[in-house]
Design a protein. Structure first.
Length: 107
């Protein structure tokens, strides 16, 4: 895990605890200095999910087979696309995690 600036330093933020969260290296790299991303449904630019001010279950859920994150909102969909949360590598990893009982995460 790495420490991510929710609002990037490049956007004028600070390293205050309210602006920091843990992210896996991969997500942090794909997020980079982004603040928003296009919603794949509307094309509108939507602020990325903020883990301090938003609840995961309001914006995301798991597909029935547990392999893919599904966006419930424009924010969820934009974040999934920006962070590539359903790319082939992650879907293959989740398939293995399901087989050994590690996925999907418990509530
Ligand atoms: Zn991640």
């Amino acid at each position: 895990m790495v420490v991510d600036h929710i609002i990037p330093l490049a956007a004028g933020s600070a390293s205050d605890i309210e602006n920091l969260c843990l992210a896996c290296y991969r997500c942090n790299e794909f997020k980079s200095a982004r603040l928003d991303a296009p919603d794949p449904v509307s094309g509108d630019m939507i602020p990325l999910f903020n883990p301090h001010t938003q609840a995961w279950h309001d914006h995301f859920t798991w597909s029935e087979d547990g392999l893919r994150v599904v966006g419930r909102t424009a924010c969820g969909r934009a974040t999934i696309e920006a962070l590539r949360l359903n790319d082939d590598w992650l879907v293959r990893a989740r398939r293995i995690w399901i087989l050994v009982g590690l996925h999907p995460p418990l509530e």
